[in-house]
Write a protein that binds this ligand. Structure first.
Ligand code: PEP
Ligand code: MG
Length: 761
């Protein structure tokens, strides 16, 4: 702390007035009235007004000092309408010397605002969401100075917390004439299921709001010292992370923390925090205010890079708030209830691992994506995750009861009894099934007619590896190597790649591991690579296309794979191959790396198999030639189906338009399997259909004897296969998938077959 004599130690007059206005125990309305009176008298202004947003509707004048009181709860406007509406829409302050001449000015005679020229409106923000607008006006035509704008932002923040907190604790909502800002009703929000499972629990807001009682500083000098202390602790914790002192995944991807460190030492960020504390806020409130401003601004940005930076900053702000509260910043240290469901806009892997694993039951995100590292970790740790739950943070408060449906992607908040009982029933069934699958763990998947089916796992990170043993899977049929690249902030080094591949091979013991080379591009963007905007990324410059055009990266990876396979069985395959020539070229690159290792005298793998993923329809029509050059074929059904039906798998509007059990898709899948068998080339299938019992039964009937799937599929698929007579099902399917088929799906027929034959699918 500096001993600068100019530093104020007592809060400014406005803050004192606000503190006094807050002290009473009146209803929300009375508090708002006191608030506007305090602002107009402390700032010596003619008018101070609060406009609040009625959920999903208009802004309503809810308190005023200076305008006609008769207009309160009468004057309304839409977001975007008039100056007040403009502030709400843009979430930015608007500062005008001559408001009536502004093109957006809309005159409301009932308020009597004619004589006022200058106008300052600031958004009332909570989280990144706008609750309303705080406005001051005066007759004198002048621009408000920076300090005044700063003060108003501070006051607006205090206001937001008071309004929400009053509503939450106290049954006084009626006083605000129907404006309810805190959520109370039962709600169901539909998002996307990114990690499966059903769970009931209580909400925990990842970023808890600062309680109103702790918003305003008693003594600014003391508060400044606290802030400095918090920043020092934060920096120490981030430094420790970078040095790799933190356990678990953080060691593998410590580069992520390098970015945090950059922010933790960022002068601008720290400068804004200091200013906010200097204006009279507590340190926690200052962090929140600076974060709200960043959010409101960056959330409007469509630039993925900027949005990613916002998440890094949020992560850091959360850590700072926790450092200020004196909480230790180690993994598993967060104090949450026994059945916590975490709600956040976005959450990073490090933050996720900060929660006590035993208490953390589920996660709900407003953003997130199926391929994010958080989603991948949740699937590995079997924590249900629903993402893209748009607007869910507006509807939830810590402690609310929640049912999280990681199967359907739904979040039921404060559910009614009928929803609870239906959900409980499904949870019980699921629990019984899990126990039944557990009992099958050591049993091989053999059909009634004696076919042995290999059930393998899809994996990609160290956290996935223990699942091999837990599930009793027969190996890793698809190791998505790009995941390691996606969870790192910088390109993984050769040694890091080699270490990961070696660990996977060792974890599998005598079971096979099939590594897929980098499948980048499309939606798999690396934070450290310049994204190349493309019209159609799914059919753009991705995967093997990048690898062949710029072989450096893949050669590096192949080098790591050859090194990791020393003395062991190494299986490698290439993604997104569309012509046999591409496969031949990729194999050549692989051979160069084997020769290089041999020349350098390195130990080589004891056995090498090089295969190809069949994910493009064109490759199906070259199946004989493919088999000439591939030791095995793995059908990537996710991509094959997206290209076959020309329906983007990541676009919810089109991804469900077709059924993978359409006779056309079953027919091409059969054609591929038959082609591979004819050439004596082993064929397997990965992609999500392999992990769904009904689909898996069909695949086996079509000739696939090796299926690779997410861990959650192993039990259900095995249970179904044990009851299957594959020949019998083949006889049902074959006549229905000829070219003259008029059906749009075989789902009904197969379900009936299962019901008749006692197959649990
Ligand atoms: C596939 O396309 O089916 C596949 C397994 O690969 P990914 O889902 O990683 O594209
Ligand atoms: Mg694919």
């Amino acid at each position: 702390m500096s001993a600068d004599p100019n530093i104020t130690t007592t809060p400014p007059k406005l803050m004192r007035a606000i503190r006094e206005a807050m002290a009473g125990t009146e209803s929300v309305q009375e508090r708002l009235d006191r608030f506007v009176a305090a602002i107009s008298s402390a700032m010596k202004l003619d008018v101070a007004s609060i406009y609040l947003l009625r959920p999903g509707a208009d802004l309503e004048l809810s308190a005023t000092e200076g305008l006609k009181k008769s207009a309160v709860h009468k004057t309304r406007m839409k977001p975007g309408e008039g100056l007040v509406g403009h502030v709400a829409l843009t979430a930015r302050p608007l500062n005008l010397a001559d408001a009536p001449s502004h093109p957006l000015f809309s005159y409301r005679p009932e308020t009597g605002e004619d004589p006022y020229n200058s106008f300052l409106g600031v958004p009332i923000l909570r989280g990144g969401r706008t609750l309303g607008v705080l406005v001051v006006q005066s007759k004198a035509a002048r621009i408000f100075n920076e300090a005044e704008v700063e003060d108003m932002l501070t006051v607006a923040m205090v206001l937001a917390e008071i309004i929400i907190d009053d509503e939450r604790v106290g049954g006084k909502k009626g006083k605000l004439k129907g404006i309810t800002l805190a959520p109370v009703k039962p709600e169901t929000v539909q998002g996307k299921a990114f990690a499966p499972g059903l769970i009931s629990g209580h909400a925990y807001l990842h970023v808890p709001p600062v309680p109103p009682a702790n918003l305003l500083a008693e003594n600014i000098a003391v508060e400044e010292a606290r802030l400095e202390d918090g920043i020092a602790k934060l920096r120490a914790s981030v430094d420790a992370m970078v040095k790799g002192e933190t356990a678990g995944i953080s060691r593998a991807s410590k580069e992520i923390y390098e970015t945090y460190r950059m922010f933790a030492y960022d002068r601008k960020w720290v400068g804004r925090l200091r200013e906010a504390v200097h204006s009279g806020l507590t340190s926690e409130a200052a962090v929140e205010r600076v974060r709200n401003e960043h959010r409101a601004r960056l959330m409007k940005s469509r630039d993925p890079y900027l949005r990613a930076r916002l998440h890094d900053l949020e992560d850091l702000a959360n850590r700072l708030i926790r450092a200020l509260s004196g909480e230790a910043l180690g993994p598993g240290n967060k104090d949450i209830s026994e059945d916590a469901i975490i709600f956040a806009r976005e959450i990073g892997p490090a933050e996720l691992l900060d929660y006590d694993r035993k208490r953390l039951k589920g996660i709900v995100l407003e953003e997130g994506s199926a391929s994010s590292h958080t989603a991948i970790i949740c699937r590995a740790l079997e924590i249900p995750l629903v993402g893209r739950a748009d607007g869910v943070l507006d509807l939830i408060e810590t402690g609310d009861e929640v049912l999280l449906d990681g199967e359907e992607g739904a979040v039921h908040i404060r559910p009614v009894d009928s929803v609870i009982s239906g959900f409980n029933l499904r949870m019980n069934i699921r629990g019984e099934m899990t126990r039944a699958y557990e009992a099958l763990k050591f049993q091989p998947a053999v059909t009634l007619d004696g076919q042995h089916i290999a059930l393998q796992l899809n994996a990609g990170l160290i956290v996935d590896l223990p699942q091999l043993e837990q599930s009793g899977a027969d190996g890793i049929g698809l190791f998505r190597t790009e995941f390691q690249f996606m969870v790192s902030e910088f390109m993984p080094k050769l040694k890091e790649q080699t270490d990961l591949y070696r660990q996977a091979i060792h974890a599998a013991g005598t079971k096979p591991v099939t590594f897929r080379t980098l499948d980048l591009g499309g939606d798999k963007i690396l934070p450290y690579m310049d994204p190349q905007p493309e019209e159609n990324p799914a059919i753009g410059w991705r995967a093997i296309r990048i690898a062949l055009d710029r072989p450096g990266l893949m050669r590096y990876q192949l080098r790591a794979l050859v090194a990791a396979g020393a003395g062991r069985h190494l299986r490698v395959m290439f993604p997104m191959v569309a012509t046999v020539d591409e496969l031949i070229q990729a194999r050549q690159l692989f051979n160069v790396e084997v020769e290089r290792a041999s020349k350098l005298g390195h130990e080589l793998p004891a056995k090498i198999e090089v295969g190809v993923m069949l994910e493009t329809p064109s490759l199906a029509w070259q199946v004989n030639a493919v088999c000439d050059h591939a030791d095995f074929v793995s059908v990537g059904a996710n991509d094959l189906m997206q290209f076959f039906f020309a329906a983007d798998r990541d676009n919810a509007r089109v991804s469900d338009r077709y059924d993978p059990l359409h006779p056309a898709s079953l027919s091409i899948l059969k054609f591929i399997a038959a082609g591979c068998h004819r050439n004596n080339t082993p064929v397997s299938i990965c992609g999500s259909i392999a992990g769904r019992p009904l689909e898996a039964l069909c695949l086996v009937a079509l000739g696939y004897d090796s299926l690779s799937m997410p861990v959650t599929g192993i039990g259900p698929v095995k249970a179904a296969l044990l009851k299957l007579d594959a020949g019998k099902l083949r006889d049902v399917i074959d006549p229905l998938i000829k070219v003259d088929s008029r059906m749009s799906s075989l789902r009904g027929v197969i379900s009936e077959f299962c019901a008749e034959n006692g197959i649990p699918a």
